[in-house]
Design a protein around this ligand. Sequence first.
Ligand SMILES: Cc1cc2nc3c(=O)[nH]c(=O)nc-3n(C[C@H](O)[C@H](O)[C@H](O)COP(=O)(O)OP(=O)(O)OC[C@H]3O[C@@H](n4cnc5c(N)ncnc54)[C@H](O)[C@@H]3O)c2cc1C
Ligand code: SF4
Length: 570
Amino acid sequence: MGKPTGFLEFSREMNPALMPEDRIKNFNEFHPPVSLEERQAQGARCMNCGIPFCQSAMSLGGMVTGCPLHNLIPEWNDEIYNGNWEHALARLCKTNSFPEFTGRVCPALCEAACTCGLYDDPVTVRENELAVIEYAFSHGFIKADPPAVRTSKKVAVIGSGPSGLACADRLNRRGHNVTVFEKEDRPGGLLMYGIPNMKLDKTVVARRVDLMIQEGVSFRLGVDASDPDAAKRIAAEYDAVVLCCGAAVPRDLEVPGRRASGIYFAVDFLKTNTKALLNGDLYDLLEQPAAADRAAGAPAPAGVQGTDNRAAGAPVTAGVQSTDDCAAGAPATAGVQGTDDRAAGAPAPAGDGGLISARGKDVIIIGGGDTGNDCVGTCIRHGCRSVTQLEMMPAPPVERAAGNLWPQWPKVLKTDYGQQEAIALFRADPRVYQTTVKSIIADDSGAVTAVETVKLEFAPDPKTGQPVMKQVPGSEKTVPAQLVLIAAGFLGASPETVDAFGAAVGERGCISTAEGGYHCAGNLDEATSAGLFTAGDMHRGQSLVVWAIAEGRAAAKEVDEYLMGYTNML
Ligand SMILES: Cc1cc2nc3c(=O)[nH]c(=O)nc-3n(C[C@H](O)[C@H](O)[C@H](O)COP(=O)(O)OP(=O)(O)OC[C@H]3O[C@@H](n4cnc5c(N)ncnc54)[C@H](O)[C@@H]3O)c2cc1C
Ligand code: SF4
């Protein structure tokens, strides 16, 4: 413990956020770091608890609290206070493969469990973590470190999200020959094409992938392994295959009018936005009135004209093999519009120039969660006319309820960045609780023009007596909408990819393994001897980046043992 009285002397200071009115002008990250001096003071607040709940990852009250990676938090807080940045980095990287991702986007399960938070504010664990890794990158501590000795084993990792990257990184460091297959045109999974740039700048993802390439990991982009022939060829060529394809099948909306145009899944919307941003044509596309706008005569939005982050995070090119040199001659997919992760029959994302634009539109987002919030922030940056987020459940309490005690995860109202921006711009919280969509109204051309909403209330089920949500008769309202985004959760792994590898699906539409393990219950193909493993959302269901990294790391250990007959990995 660096400073025994630190928690008494210093109060919690967060990295400041730029004002909503300023940050909505572009897609840049908007939390400039506090000074190093201040960061050291924040490290000094850590009490080096006898029982550090922050690193425990205990399940309490049905939710996990504390870090799933068991990060050695008190150790590196002490090193931060003492200015030993290199030591802090060594302890941080012992448990976390990518602190630059979790340091930006993690909801910080560690802070919810921090003892300082019992009577005061918790230690700024997440930002301390980010400070360590960014200090390390900017001071040249992080250099490519390829393994000195290679084994003869070949591993295929399918999917380049955080679980696939973490698994590939560890197996490569162990000396195995690792190839990551990815169906998209850029690696990163939802780090690249889900989480918006203002939360996680895409240069940060590219920086890590470039490092992995220098260390010997191969990336094959544009390879869709849901093709049974591609799956077979991969299985024949590699000693082990790890499926890390996420749980991207979206929950659809089943209401009259659903097939109207102008209705998209949230991730498709976010993906086209990031793609246009990285390709450098987002602002040009936003300035072109879309066909639907011209028809509806929608006004041009004011105030959104940022240009300084054009082409931010140029695509990773160095060392990444694209469709032409796919392993095993696997077929290439065209562009970004994958179809296998969309609910059957759902319309393809087709905006003008590939962008789904919210410019000048009234937008309804169905789903009050984090993905919906990312859509709010993106729509505002597009220059939408209005934005409303519908949530079926009642608003959570502002403070912990009586039964939700520390160190349980606090089930309280959180007003996230997109919602804060909507409040600043439109003077109203975009969230409307206990409300859902009853029907979608379209014009003669089939384009959505409005949404009929209805209020919900809890009423006892006549058979079971359990409270269930029921529509309130007479509470219907018609709300104008030229763009509807569905952010209603995910149903599990793509069945095509699961079937191509012969894996078995269990709860939540995800791949089954033995309890606590990563070896798949199914088998790729009886003719091959490759071991089949899985990790991340494809295994545990839609979750968090920190869990994906934890699963990818743990799966790597199991793969190593499978390949070598023993493992020394921690
Ligand atoms: C909009 C959004 C915002 C989020 N924000 C946060 C956040 O702020 N913080 C947080 O902790 N979590 C967040 N999450 C959740 C988090 O992103 C996921 O839990 C995490 O990315 C899962 O990692 P993964 O590696 O398992 O899968 P993914 O990140 O989904 O990656 C899977 C990869 O596999 C590829 N793939 C799929 N099928 C195939 C195939 N057949 N062949 C080849 N490749 C294939 C996909 O293209 C993709 O690149 C968010 C999720 C969404 C949707
Ligand atoms: S619980 Fe909080 S104060 Fe205690 S060791 Fe962890 S970060 Fe430090």
